[in-house]
Design a protein around this ligand. Structure first.
Ligand code: GLY
Ligand code: MN
Ligand code: MN
Length: 496
């Protein structure tokens, strides 16, 4: 058995992501990245530790959660641990030492992992053990877990700073407390006086993706887009939502993706108005729309696509009216996603189009809500559009990364502070977009039946979600291998 996230021997960019003309849609993704990619990330953490005065950083692998009794869920590594190691086993700990010199005597990186155990491997499959882990992943030193208590306090002694993920990894925090007590108990040594949250170092790094990550996300987006095409082609009146979910999952796995990136939403008819609806038993009816929000995780990286289409292949007039409003909002948000713009600009651009559409269709009454500006100011739109237009995407589907820019001072364009206690303080500004950031763009409209809503729009839920990488001049969408215009969707479903 091979580790699906083991480092590759060649860089991913050099590797084609399809194999064989006869199976062109079976993608054969490169798995992990070359060890140098992870080593460079660890070096950046060491730089940050040096800048803070010198010290060590500790990060643990994710636990292997139990599904029932002695059955476990499929293992999924902690995203930041994976980002720094490429190592995909539980029971592992990485220590980065800013004093390291890249040798086993003075290691900059030390991995603690499971000892090689042939009997255990008979049941659970291959695991590396320290020797192969060091050689394969390029750590300076790798030791069995039994060496942790003896070794980590030695690393702690003499450092100014200790960094680990605060308040998210309980067992590691208990271990760190014990190791710190051990180090402090020694005579005439210095121990860290400063504790840093490692998330504050690693998460800004993760927020800007490198070429390796973008290549992988592009492949994840392509697989997910093809899965949506497959589901559209399989759709017909009389089949249950779970049958379309099966088409998606089949395609993800057949294409080499390890997991769905999140629980698949396949929502027929009024179910689409429930934002976190999961595929269920509802049987598609003539005249229903189907909203599918589903995508794969490939080699640790998420994609996140939503398409909405008619179960029978033909939009009704009112469905198409609302669909075209959402698509225009998606396009406006795409146009607002470029370097130098702010994260929130895409949301504001989409919101204007959606709110204008609500007024044009009578979902919002002009006599009650006035202009677009008024309807936005009093949040009247929120009845039909209650979520924001995007989120960061990466190793996590709702990826890490700040939404508020703490580095740039606010200016006079900023919204006025709302509470009087905030008077004199500038409101925070949304994050400035830079090349390599990846966000979703996912406007929607959700119209539940109600006496004050035109009946032709009842029970319609529409969302159109794409994944955008910020480039030097704008953004590139990773998810447009599946059609997005109503005409193209109808043509695909007709088979023309
Ligand atoms: N699929 C989760 C989301 O769109 O945020
Ligand atoms: Mn989604
Ligand atoms: Mn999303």
């Amino acid at each position: 058995m091979t580790n699906p996230l083991a480092p590759a021997s060649v860089a991913p960019a050099e590797t084609p992501d399809t194999v064989g003309a006869d199976s062109a849609w079976i993608l054969a993704p490169q798995r992990g990245f070359a060890p140098e990619v992870f080593a460079a990330r660890r070096a950046r953490v060491a730089d940050a530790l040096r800048a803070a005065g010198g010290g060590i950083a500790l990060i643990a692998s994710a636990p292997a959660p139990v599904r029932s009794r002695d059955s476990e869920f499929p293992y999924r590594q902690d995203s930041s641990f994976f980002y720094l190691t490429g190592f995909n086993e539980p029971d592992a700990l990485l220590v980065i030492d800013s004093r390291g010199r890249g040798s086993a005597d003075q290691p900059g990186s030390t991995l603690f992992c499971r000892e090689k155990d042939p009997l255990r491997e008979t049941w659970e499959g291959f695991h590396y053990g320290p020797v192969a882990a060091r050689d394969t992943f390029g750590f300076d030193l790798a030791l069995p877990n039994s060496a942790r208590d003896g070794h980590v306090p030695d690393l702690i002694v003499g450092t100014a700073v200790i960094a680990y993920p605060l308040l998210t990894h309980g067992p590691l925090e208990a271990d760190v407390a014990r190791w710190l007590r051990d180090a402090r108990g020694r005579r005439r040594v210095t121990t860290p006086g400063l504790v840093l949250d490692l998330a504050r170092i690693v998460e800004p790094m993760r927020q800007v993706k490198d070429v390796h990550e973008i290549a992988r996300m592009r492949t994840a987006g392509r697989i997910s887009a093809q899965a949506h095409i497959r589901a559209m082609q399989a759709s017909r009146v009389g089949i249950p939502e779970y049958a379309l979910e099966a088409e998606l999952l089949y395609h993800f796995r057949r294409s080499g993706a390890q997991f769905p990136a999140y629980t698949s939403i396949v929502a027929g008819g009024a179910n689409a108005c429930t934002l976190h609806y999961a595929a269920g038993d509802y049987v598609l009816r003539d005249g229903d729309l189907v909203l599918i929000d589903a995508a794969c995780e490939l080699d640790g990286y998420a994609s996140d696509i939503t398409r909405t289409f008619p179960a029978n292949g033909r939009f009704t007039g009112p469905q198409r009216t609302l669909y075209d409003i959402v698509l225009a909002a998606n396009e406006a948000a795409v146009a607002a996603t470029r370097p130098g713009a702010r994260f929130d600009d895409a949301h504001q651009a989409a919101l204007r189009i959606l709110t204008q559409g609500m007024l044009d269709t009578g979902l919002l009454k002009r006599d009650a809500h006035g202009s677009v500006e008024d309807a936005i100011a009093d949040r009247a739109y929120a009845r039909f559009y209650m979520h924001s237009t995007g989120h960061w995407l990466g190793l996590d589907v709702h990826d890490c990364g700040d939404y508020i820019d703490t580095a740039t001072p606010s200016d006079s364009q900023t919204e006025a502070p709302k509470a009087s206690s905030d008077a004199g303080k500038a409101a925070p500004r949304s994050t400035l977009l830079q090349p390599g950031m990846v966000s979703t763009i996912e406007p929607g409209l959700y119209v539940r039946r109600a006496d004050d809503v035109p009946p032709e729009y009842w029970d319609i839920g529409i969302r159109i979600e794409d994944n955008a990488v910020v480039t030097d001049s704008g953004c590139t969408l990773l998810t447009r291998d599946v059609p997005v215009s109503a005409d193209e969707i109808e043509a695909l479903m007709r088979g023309t």
